[in-house]
Design a protein around this ligand. Structure first.
Ligand code: SF4
Length: 186
């Protein structure tokens, strides 16, 4: 029998290749918790996409609809302009909830689809995930699935999935828009 693993799902797009990879060795249970996605209309668009992906791949997912935007801003606002620190707080909040969920289901292993994204700080995710796992006496599975990014991108186009244009939070949307403005003004 395969070992069970809880996989934090940051979005449906990142889930496809991550789940495909993990299901070779594990019994996968997805877990959605993302109060970092702003505005709420964007949150709903990504939620809907993740729902479609899970239906299509036939995997189980637990939906945590606690859109704790106040908690998220409280944690990250001190670092609003420092992306590195802000993202660390954001990883911390979502991975902590994932570990708590795994514990509640008596599952000893967890990880995240964020390891698929070329835009995330995977070393920070590994460090934070390991620290949280230690505190909860469970294990965190570090991955590096960035090699599958282009393949995953093609699948999302074939499946006509909604693809987000920025990482998730309000700050990341502003950063993206400013980068575009700068490029256009060159
Ligand atoms: S850029 Fe992404 S990971 Fe970083 S704080 Fe914003 S939503 Fe979280």
């Amino acid at each position: 029998m395969k070992e069970k693993i809880v996989v934090h799902i940051c979005c449906g797009v990142c889930a496809i290749k991550t789940i495909e990879f993990l299901q070779r060795d594990f019994e996968v249970l997805g877990y959605w918790y993302n109060p970092n996605i702003h505005p709420y209309s964007e949150y709903k668009a990504r939620l809907q996409t993740a729902g479609y992906v899970f239906q299509r791949i036939g995997k189980e997912i637990e939906w945590d609809f606690d859109y704790d935007i106040t908690g998220w801003f409280n944690m990250t606002l001190p670092f609003a302009k420092d992306r590195e620190k802000r993202c660390r707080s954001c990883y911390q909040m979502r991975l902590e909830k994932t570990a708590q969920f795994a514990k509640s289901r008596d599952i000893k292993l967890f990880t995240t689809t964020m390891f698929y994204s070329i835009h995330q700080d995977i070393e920070a995710i590994k460090e934070i995930g390991n620290r949280i796992a230690q505190r909860h006496s469970i294990e965190f599975l570090p991955l590096d699935l960035r090699q599958y990014y282009n393949e995953g991108k093609k699948i999302t186009k074939d499946w006509l999935l909604y693809r987000q244009k920025y990482c998730g939070c309000l700050f990341s949307e502003i950063e993206r828009e400013r980068t575009h403005e700068n490029l256009q003004n060159r």
